[in-house]
Design a binder for this molecule. Sequence first.
Ligand code: ATP
Length: 238
Amino acid sequence: MNRLSATNITVRFGGLTVIDNVDLEIRPAEILGLIGPNGAGKSTFVNVLTGFQKPKAGAVRIGGKDITFTRPEHRVRAGLVRTFQAVRLFPGLTVAENISAAGLAIGLSVSETRKRERELVELLSLGDWINVEARALPYGIERRVGIARAMVSKPAFVMLDEPAAGMNEDEALAFLAVVGMLRERGAGVLLIEHNMGVVFKLCDRVQVLQSGRTLAVGTPDEIRSHSMVREAYLGSAA
Ligand SMILES: Nc1ncnc2c1ncn2[C@@H]1O[C@H](COP(=O)(O)OP(=O)(O)OP(=O)(O)O)[C@@H](O)[C@H]1O
């Protein structure tokens, strides 16, 4: 089974160790929640997985193949994609054009791009929006188009860094359905999310980072009842 694995990852900024010897694994068709207080190192870790940050030590592998020092665009070709905290759509292009642009950018043919664009529009219920320019989209739809763009390459692993941030309740619920769909299609998903209700409902496993180290990893039930996690992070919210 092809897994995305990171072993013994260490990241330093100057003299500051931000990630300290952390292991993480994402399996196909699972959603792994990555949680922890502000500054715990979650975004930095995703940057290491996706190639935007070189680790000081450790290795990242997909299906055993070492990709630690490959560039982000190579990782996309290897099946690993991310969405960004800030949406990066072309404001003057329509939804359909934004999705197609992502397909053409990774070298798909025009006909294959069109085919995948239609599939994604259907899958993500974007039919009412295809001819709308990105600049005019409601926020939740904009984020969904961002996910459609990330999915054009049919990724095996998808990294979502606070994808529901700024969404209203309805948008967040619609979004959760989309993340579930990624899993149904067999993708391994890493989800950074501050809403613990969402994390515990959606994720198959949860990894807790604190000060750049793994405090705990387990099923939502295990994490909810983990005494150190409750003390350090969840407080009475659990
Ligand atoms: N480029 C950088 N240079 C120096 N320090 C950095 C850099 N990027 C992040 N840091 C520091 O690394 C630590 C981890 O930051 P990171 O953004 O990964 O945490 P996070 O868990 O994603 O936090 P949040 O939940 O607030 O997004 C913080 O102390 C942050 O200030």
